[in-house]
Design a protein around this ligand. Structure first.
Ligand SMILES: C[S@@+](CC[C@H](N)C(=O)[O-])C[C@H]1O[C@@H](n2cnc3c(N)ncnc32)[C@H](O)[C@@H]1O
Length: 206
């Protein structure tokens, strides 16, 4: 029986070795550019809009569901974008073990699953003790981590986690500060009148 050769999508970031941290050049080649990483990117509306708006920046979406990774690749390929890659992987593994240290200018966590049941609270990324430290390791000095949610309780816990984390300072964030694309979930929650809250954290030198 011959094994079929697996072909990743053209815009898929497909590491040959998942046990070895990637080098910066393995992401988009040698040419330096601003890099932004969207954790749990879903179907990729945010990635596509940002990549079109900032063609000189590079974007990586991390997403664990194959169907959504496929969607990101298709929509960005159709739009002719060369500055997007999708990585099909679990966020904490990608952040902690796979992506190069100090590679990103901005990391986004937008409308992550809020895990409302008490027994699942420990799955909330912002409530995991190593998560913010791993995000800080991923960022360049002065880089930023941007978080948005429609979930009141999750937002409060995220604020507490940020205040306790020595690697970040909280920075004011208003809509006029810079162009920031809407995500699929943001659009959906706005339509039903949910309150959206955001947190902007800047990596500090220790
Ligand atoms: C609520 S959706 C939000 C999607 C997108 N950020 C948006 O705002 O439209 C959360 C997404 O994160 C993905 N996700 C959840 N936990 C993840 C994890 N641990 N690693 C990678 N992706 C994850 C889900 O599959 C889903 O696509």
């Amino acid at each position: 029986m011959s094994a079929e050769k697996f072909e990743p999508f053209a815009l898929e970031l497909y590491p040959e070795d998942l046990c070895r941290r990637l080098e910066q050049e393995q992401l988009f080649g040698e040419v330096p550019a601003v890099l932004e990483i969207d954790l749990g990117c879903g179907g990729g509306r945010f990635l596509q809009t940002m990549a079109e708006h900032f063609p000189d920046r590079n974007y990586i979406g991390v997403e664990r569901l194959l169907g959504r990774v496929r969607k990101v690749c298709r929509r960005c390929e159709r739009a002719g974008l060369q500055n997007v890659r999708a990585l099909r992987l679990e966020t904490t593994y990608a952040v902690e073990w796979l992506l190069p240290r100090s590679c990103a200018d901005r990391v986004h966590l937008l409308f992550p699953d809020p895990w409302p049941k008490k027994k699942h609270h420990k799955r909330r990324l912002m409530c995991q003790p190593v998560f913010l430290k791993s995000v800080a390791d991923l960022l360049k000095g002065g880089g930023e981590f941007l978080f948005k949610t429609d979930h009141e309780e999750y937002f409060e816990l995220a604020q507490e986690a940020a205040q306790l984390c020595p690697h970040f300072e909280v920075v004011p964030w208003s809509e006029q500060d810079f162009f920031y694309a809407e995500t699929d979930f943001e659009r959906q929650w706005k339509e039903v009148g949910r309150k959206i809250q955001g947190l902007r954290l800047r990596k500090v030198k220790l």
